[in-house]
Design a protein around this ligand. Structure first.
Ligand SMILES: NC(=O)c1ccc[n+]([C@@H]2O[C@H](COP(=O)([O-])OP(=O)(O)OC[C@H]3O[C@@H](n4cnc5c(N)ncnc54)[C@H](OP(=O)(O)O)[C@@H]3O)[C@@H](O)[C@H]2O)c1
Length: 206
C-alpha cells in the first residue's frame, strides 16, 4: 500500500514558522501569535478540540481535509512538549502520533484515538512505524522546523502544503534551513487564497 507523506506548515511571508526565542513556555515565539490564528478560528479545528462554533469557510475546509486525510503523525519533541498541555485529554489528531526524541518514555494513550509514542531510533524508524498504522491514509510530518527539515533533506516528503500568512516577522525559526545543497523540484498542485492565508500545495518531485 502506498502511503503519501505530507508536511503542512504555517509560515510567515518571510519564511518563519515561529518567532524568536520559541520554547515550551513560548511556543509561537516572540511576536508570532498570529501563526496559529487561521487554524484556531475554524469550525473544523474547534470541533476536534471540543470548543464548537467557529468559522466555516475555505480555511476551515482545508483544515478538515487535513484531519480526514491523515492516518498518522510524526512530530519533534519540542512541538510535542509545547503542545501537549494545550491539546488536552482529547487531542485533535485522533490518530497515532510518533514523537522523535532522545528521551524515551512509555506510550501515552489519550481519548479519541490519539496515542503519543516516543521514537529514539531516528526518522526512518518513526516514518515506518507511522506508515504501518496509518491505514493507508497520509502520514503527516507535523513539525517543528527541525523535524520537517530532516524529512525534506532525506527526500521522504511527497507533498508540501504551506499556509502563508500575511505577516512579516523579521526573525525567528526558519522552515527552509539545513536542507543541504541541491535543488528540490516542486510541482504546484493547488492554490487557495483567503484573507487569513494563502494555501500553497506542492508535489515534491523525486
Ligand atoms: N507554524 C507551524 O506550522 C508549526 C508547526 C509545528 C510546530 N511549530 C513550532 O515549531 C517549534 C518547534 O520546532 P523545532 O524545530 O524547534 O523543534 P522540533 O522539530 O519540534 O523538535 C526538535 C527536537 O525533537 C527531537 N528530535 C528531532 N529529530 C530527532 C531525531 N532524528 N532523533 C532524536 N530526536 C530528535 C530532539 O529533542 P530531544 O533531544 O529533546 O529529545 C530535538 O531537539 C515550536 O515553537 C512550534 O510552535 C510551528
Amino acid at each position: 500500500m502506498t502511503v503519501t507523506v505530507t508536511a503542512d506548515m504555517t509560515m510567515s511571508l518571510d519564511g518563519y514558522i515561529a518567532g524568536t526565542d520559541h520554547s515550551v513556555a513560548n511556543p509561537a515565539g516572540n511576536g508570532a501569535d498570529q501563526i496559529g490564528g487561521w487554524i484556531h478560528a475554524q469550525s473544523s479545528w474547534r470541533e476536534r478540540t471540543g470548543l464548537g462554533g467557529g468559522e466555516s469557510d475555505h480555511d476551515s475546509e482545508i483544515m478538515r481535509e487535513w484531519f480526514e486525510a491523515t492516518g498518522a503523525v510524526v512530530m519533534g519533541r519540542l512541538m510535542y512538549d509545547s503542545g501537549v498541555e494545550f491539546w488536552g485529554d482529547n487531542p485533535p489528531f485522533r490518530a497515532p502520533v510518533f514523537v522523535l526524541t532522545n528521551r524515551p518514555g512509555p506510550t501515552l494513550v489519550k481519548e479519541g484515538g490519539t496515542t503519543f509514542t516516543f521514537v529514539t531510533d531516528g526518522i526512518d524508524s518513526a516514518l515506518d512505524k507511522a506508515k504501518a498504522v496509518s491505514g493507508g491514509r497520509n502520514v503527516d510530518i507535523a513539525g517543528g522546523a527541525h523535524t520537517v527539515q530532516q524529512y525534506l533533506k532525506a527526500r521522504l516528503v511527497d507533498e508540501l502544503q504551506l499556509h502563508v500568512i500575511p505577516v512579516l516577522l523579521g526573525g525567528g525559526l526558519r522552515l527552509f534551513d539545513n536542507l543541504g545543497l541541491g535543488s528540490h523540484a516542486l510541482e504546484p498542485i493547488r492554490v487557495v487564497d483567503t484573507p487569513g492565508a494563502t494555501h500553497l500545495k506542492y508535489r515534491i518531485l523525486k
